[in-house]
Design a protein. Structure first.
Length: 590
């Protein structure tokens, strides 16, 4: 007499053929499709529910005027499932997936493009995408939402196809759960407190898929060993998973949220989100047309890009109280670079500073007074006001600065590029090249040497000349070629690091105070009239240069305004142009 365990142990090793076996792995129908067992249909359905839930959450978040992601996700899900049943080589599958995916991406991604027919919209979307690439290379700003739509559709197709293919190839639940949950949580983190029900649906489907695929893998092992088991086990594992997931979500939904949350979990999520956060600045520049809510209402940290987006609508709702000796402007960020579609902040240095740390050297200029301001935000925020002139904060902060302008100047070849340099830098470089040309001309068989064909010189020769002629406000670094000759001068203006923004390391809660020490100008008009135009070199480098694309009409208009006002000093010229601009009629509808 044998027990059940004994019956299992005595099974003959190796595959056992059985008429009631659910998975008929070797059966084929003409050339492409295998017989699909019920277990794979359940996997297919649960995976589809997870994909649709993620797409639904993205649509609810309203990332700009995007067309619906669901058609692309669903088509990618179906295509990968069919490919998983195919006996074609993997390379052929991938090539077909790329071709079909490209067609679907252009079809769905070109919906917001211009054109009557699909072909016209696709052509317009393609042209706009390549124009976007040019803007990205040139460091400009793009407000076009069509490239974003194409990229989002590309990501949707790759996600749906890739996750589905991995799931059926590996029969492992971790690939869809981890990859899709990262996308879902990243999306929801930009909408805190909203659309959590999509996460609950995702969790239920994910737990059910995990239970189902775990059971399927165990059943496959039993099949291989010839172990008999109830054929309803796969269906039971899925239903039990759904029931268990629903109970977990119900408990989570009704269980009170305990604050503070785990700092270790917050830190782990910060690490996971770091790649996304690193892309925020370039994304805000190149995807400026995408509407996305960030930060804490009106006191969120401004993006690195300030684009021209039309009319500004302000509310009467107060955001913060500021106690100060003087009424001052409170900018949230300083933008240093102008593009035709907006302004860009390009900080070079980011520092992390403890509370009460001096953030820059105390200015010795006349006409400035050191003051302390108390700020009481009415919402949770990381923003420190005012940006650009904060000397000290009583909380730990992250400060952003611009380094002095640096010039990379060649010591041989054409001199045409030297014309755009500041006067003193250009004079130094020309004088250096003339001196090096004269040294080279003294060599035997030197031939006819000009500035355009002069040879490179050894380090000591260049250093000897620069030591005697280098201006005090310039620093130099030599860039050598493979032969050890000086190829370029790296010239940096000695000047202060200019602050463009400060944020708190930890957000301050609403109604809580923080103090800021800053400097304000108390110079009067008579002081400004007498200030003259003897500006430091670091001021001229950044603030008194004009782009070569500036229309000549702008220069002529400025000259006419100054002449008509009889302005002589820089202060009078500024006042004249200011008065002219204040009298202009303009529209915010762009």
């Amino acid at each position: 007499m044998s027990t059940v365990a004994g019956t299992i142990d005595q099974q003959t090793p190796g595959p056992v053929r059985s008429e009631d076996r659910e998975s008929i792995r070797t059966a084929k129908v003409p050339w492409i499709l295998e017989v699909v067992p019920i277990g794979d249909w359940i996997t297919f359905a649960l995976l589809g529910l997870m994909l649709v839930t993620v797409g639904w959450a993205v649509q609810l978040a309203k990332w700009g005027d995007l067309p619906s992601l669901l058609p692309t996700l669903i088509l990618g899900w179906i295509a990968a499932f069919l490919a998983s049943r195919s006996s074609m080589p993997l390379v052929i599958k991938l090539l077909l997936a790329a071709a079909i995916g490209f067609a679907i991406i252009m079809w769905q991604g070109s919906i917001p493009a211009d054109g009557v027919s699909l072909a016209e919209r696709a052509r317009d979307a393609w042209d706009r995408f390549w124009a976007w690439i040019v803007v990205a290379k040139e460091g400009g700003i793009s407000t076009d939402s069509v490239p974003f739509a194409l990229m989002f559709m590309t990501a949707s197709w790759i996600t749906a196809y890739g996750v589905t293919a991995l799931t059926f190839r590996l029969r492992n639940p971790w690939a869809p759960i981890v990859l899709l949950s990262l996308g879902l949580m990243s999306n929801l983190s930009f909408r805190p407190g909203q659309y959590e029900y999509t996460f609950f649906i995702f969790i239920i489907a994910g737990i059910a898929l995990f239970a189902h695929l775990t059971a399927i893998r165990r059943m496959d092992r039993w099949d291989a060993r010839g172990v008999k088991y109830p054929r309803s086990l796969g269906w039971m594992s899925m239903t039990d998973g759904l029931l268990f997931g629903t109970i977990v979500v119900a408990i989570t939904f009704f269980f009170p949220v305990i604050e503070p949350r785990s700092s270790s979990l917050d830190g782990a999520w910060g690490v996971l989100k770091a790649p996304v956060d690193a892309l925020q600045n370039p994304a805000s520049r190149l995807l400026a047309g995408v509407k996305a809510q960030r930060g804490s209402g009106g006191l969120g940290v401004p993006d690195s890009v300030l684009t021209f987006k039309g009319a500004i609508h302000l509310t009467d709702e107060p955001l913060a109280w500021v106690i100060s000796r003087y009424s001052t402007m409170l900018p949230g960020r300083v933008y240093d670079t102008y593009a035709s579609t907006g302004w860009i902040a390009t900080p070079d240095v980011v520092t992390t500073d403890a509370a009460d740390t001096e953030l820059f050297e105390e200015p010795m200029d006349l006409g400035r007074e050191r003051i302390q301001q108390l700020v009481q935000p009415l919402v949770n925020t990381e923003l420190v006001l005012p940006a650009g002139g904060i000397y000290e904060v009583n909380r730990a902060v992250v400060a952003e600065y611009l380094e002095p302008v640096t010039y990379r100047v060649p010591l041989s070849g054409s001199v045409g590029s030297l014309a755009s340099l500041p006067d003193d830098v250009r004079d130094l470089v020309f004088d250096t090249r003339f001196a090096l040309r004269d040294v080279a001309a003294e060599e035997p068989d030197a031939g006819d040497i000009t500035l355009n064909n002069q040879p490179l010189m050894p380090q000591q020769t260049v250093v000897s000349y620069l030591q005697e002629n280098m201006p005090l406000d310039l620093e130099v670094r030599l860039e050598m070629d493979a032969a050890g000759l000086v190829e370029n001068l790296i010239l940096t203006r000695v000047g202060p690091l200019e602050q463009v923004g400060v944020t708190l390391q930890r957000p301050v809660e609403a109604e809580h105070l923080y103090s800021v020490t800053t400097y304000v100008s108390i110079a009067e008009d008579v002081d400004l009239k007498e200030s003259g135009d003897n500006y430091p070199g670091w001021v001229k480098d950044r603030y008194l240069t004009l782009p070569g694309t500036l229309p000549v009409e702008v220069k002529l208009l400025a000259s006419e305004i100054v002449r008509s006002a009889g302005a002589v000093t820089p202060f009078e010229k500024v006042q004249a142009i200011k008065s002219f601009l204040q009298g202009q009629v303009y529209s915010q509808e762009i």
